[in-house]
Design a protein around this ligand. Structure first.
Ligand code: 1GP
Length: 229
């Protein structure tokens, strides 16, 4: 069961198929202490780029996950598929309708694929994903209530505090963690240093690191060392 396996994960790198990464940097990612690799992004996601990146990752023993953000880039061959539901979107589309549409098309495939739902709560108003999915900025109280719904109403295996591109408020992560018993807490957004990685890891079950991979690869690798003293 994927959720059981994920209980031992602390760190995931998120690679954006719309951005380029050279082999040397990708090798550093593969050889790092991260627990898994997600391929995912918001804009310009093309199946050819997803396939290209997947093929460059065939020589890693790390789990390779596709985070499905658009139906046109659903590609077979991944270890796992993460499916986001945007809880604080003001449009039902991002919580329900695109999933409904996808199930009509891919239901048979889903029977065989190992997939995992993510209840997203997006905080950074400047993030592309916030605007694209027409989110409403949650307060701490809102976030805690969404976390309750994710765990108790929808029985989602994970709740994702998403600050994409900006380092978030640790007090919100702490408050949400206190609400969750079974649902795993993911935190992603603006982590660039080991200190920040450790700070968010103190409450989040899994931290997700993206942008810094493309800004400073060695600093990105440092964020994996959360278990070191
Ligand atoms: C984005 O949560 C991830 O979906 C990681 O955020 O790119 O800001 O590290 P950053």
């Amino acid at each position: 069961m994927l959720k059981e396996k994920m209980k031992s994960w602390k760190h995931i790198f998120k690679l954006d198929p719309a951005k380029s990464i050279n082999d040397a940097d990708l090798n550093k990612i593969k050889q790092s202490q991260t627990d898994a690799l997600i391929i995912g992004g918001t804009d310009n996601i093309e199946a050819t780029d997803v396939i290209d990146l997947l093929l460059r990752l065939t020589d890693t023993s790390l789990p390779v996950i596709l985070e499905v953000s658009t139906m046109k880039a659903i590609v077979p061959g991944f270890d796992f598929y993460f499916i986001p539901l945007v809880l604080n979107s003001q449009d039902k589309k991002w919580m329900m309708d695109i999933h409904h549409h996808a199930i009509k098309e891919y239901k048979e495939y889903l029977d065989y694929a190992d997939y995992f739902l993510e209840g997203y709560c997006i905080f950074n108003e400047d993030a592309k994903v916030f605007k694209k999915t027409n989110c409403k900025k949650p307060t701490t109280e809102d976030a805690v209530a969404y976390a309750y719904m994710a765990e108790n109403f929808f029985k989602l295996p994970s709740f994702y505090i998403e600050y994409s591109g900006k380092y978030g408020d640790v007090d919100i992560v702490k408050a949400v963690k206190a609400e969750l018993k079974e649902t795993l807490l993911f935190y992603g957004g603006g982590i660039k240093t080991l200190h920040e990685a450790k700070e968010m890891s103190a409450y989040a079950d899994v931290i997700i690191v993206g942008n810094v991979i493309y800004e400073n690869i060695d600093q990105a690798i440092e964020t994996t060392k959360i278990n070191e003293k």
